[in-house]
Design a protein. Structure first.
Length: 437
């Protein structure tokens, strides 16, 4: 069947939830009247409802009109996971537009600056800094040329005298951490309630948690041991400091300056521009944030403040492919590098690959699933990343010919045991969406 892009129409939206990649992720398919199917993904650890509720607003639309559809639905997105539906649909529309016109998404974005995308691994390790250093060296042996690790209060939970907090508070924190570390969504949704839920939703300045001198000594020594293993020639970034206030971030950053970090990530909630300025003024450690930020407008105050060395958006939160490219282009105007957060499936990864290819100030793309052996096999052709780089595909759309439905069937989330079930209940959902009288 010859495709007529000018007459293409969206006819259906269906969903499937994958478990253990490494988190729960929701895939979506946009079906069309000419047989083309577009693939998208809702942000990791999010809700499929964010996408399903938008179905009635896109049925009958031409997915090649990506900007038109995005402007219609972007009011229903929000920070972090709340943007999952809008971003996932936008990605699927780009996939369809590329397939309909027979070109890769990066070409629709204006062409590419690079043929392969540098990747880094978010790396976990039990034990001390030497153990983490060895884990990072294993990444280097696989070809990865950029590294990232966690360095924060989770390492201090069992170190006597390392943390100061209201008595009993840290025990509650340990309990909620155990809940949160289970596969996202596979627990009873009511398992985290009461004080643990309140703690989970308390921003950094209000937790009352502080790092003591003993805790600072421990984290500095941990970082020193990592550098002793990997050397100083390879870039290392750090993440997951913990919900600690600005003053503690300053103390920790000053301790770590001698280890020449590539960036300190999400030290503070991104909304607190003034605190980011204060942190930047107090340390030479480069600062980065962005994975929870929706739309380019949210990045402008931080960029104007001069506090950031790195923007770190996630395509599936930022608003999708085009919005993430706009964020990268905006950051370039302020002399700021772009790296991409990515803790999703190969669908979300390939969406990020096209953005990275088309954005000049891009450096590295996160891979969160290199230790999941079947992760790259979820799509055909399988996504290859050993060697530390992903080749930019030349195939139309995202470059996915099909999904590995047999593997998907084996990895379905237990809460959603049927893949691509009808979503007819969302066909006629309606509200007065106009934002003015």
């Amino acid at each position: 069947m010859k495709i007529d892009p000018s007459k293409l129409k969206i006819t259906d939206l269906r969903l499937a939830d994958i478990d253990g990649a490494p988190k729960r992720c929701t895939w979506l398919k946009l079906y069309t009247d000419q047989g083309l199917i577009g693939y998208g993904e809702v942000r990791d650890a999010s809700s499929r409802t964010y996408a399903a509720m938008l179905k009635s607003r896109i049925l009958g639309e031409n997915p090649c009109n990506v900007e038109k559809i995005f402007r219609r639905i972007k009011q229903f997105g929000g920070d972090s996971r709340q943007a999952g539906g809008v971003s996932g649909i936008e990605v699927a529309c780009w996939d369809l537009a590329g397939k309909a016109w027979g070109v890769p998404v990066w070409q629709l974005l204006g062409g590419k600056f690079r043929d392969r995308i540098r990747c880094y691994c978010d790396t976990d390790s039990a034990g001390g800094g030497r153990d983490m250093g060895k884990a990072l060296k294993e990444r280097m042996a696989r070809g990865f040329t950029f590294l990232k690790m966690d360095l924060g209060i989770e390492l201090l939970m069992n170190v006597p005298g390392a943390l100061c907090a209201p008595l009993g508070f840290l025990n509650t924190m340990k309990e909620y951490k155990q809940v949160f570390k289970t596969p996202h969504g596979s627990i009873n949704p009511g398992a985290m309630r009461g004080e643990a839920y309140d703690l989970f939703n308390t921003a950094h300045p209000f937790t009352g948690i502080h790092i003591t001198e003993a805790g600072l000594d421990f984290l500095e020594n941990y970082m020193a041991e990592v550098r002793a293993e990997v050397g100083y020639e390879v870039p290392v970034a750090i993440d997951h400091l913990g919900h600690i206030p600005l003053e503690d971030c300053i103390q920790l950053a000053r301790r770590l300056e001698k280890y020449h970090l590539s960036w300190m990530e999400d030290a503070l909630p991104w909304q607190y521009t003034t605190q980011w300025k204060q942190l930047h003024a107090a340390t030479t450690v480069p600062l980065g944030t962005g994975e929870d930020m929706y739309l380019k407008e949210s990045f402008r105050p931080l960029l104007e403040s001069g506090a950031l060395a790195v923007v770190h958006p996630d395509v599936l939160t930022a608003g999708g492919i085009m919005e993430t490219k706009k964020i990268g282009d905006l950051a370039e105007e302020y002399g700021v590098q772009m790296n991409l957060h990515m803790a999703e499936s190969p669908v979300g990864c390939l969406a990020a690959v096209h953005v990275a290819a088309a954005t000049r100030n891009f450096m590295a793309l996160e891979l969160h699933s290199v230790d999941v052996p079947w992760w790259g096999e979820l799509v055909n052709p399988a996504l290859k990343y050993d060697g530390g780089f992903i080749d930019v595909p030349d195939a139309p759309g995202l470059g996915i010919e099909s999904l590995n439905e047999e593997l998907i069937a084996r990895q379905l989330h237990p809460a959603f045991p049927e893949a691509w079930a009808p979503t007819d209940e969302w066909n006629d959902e309606w509200s007065n969406d106009r934002q003015w009288s």
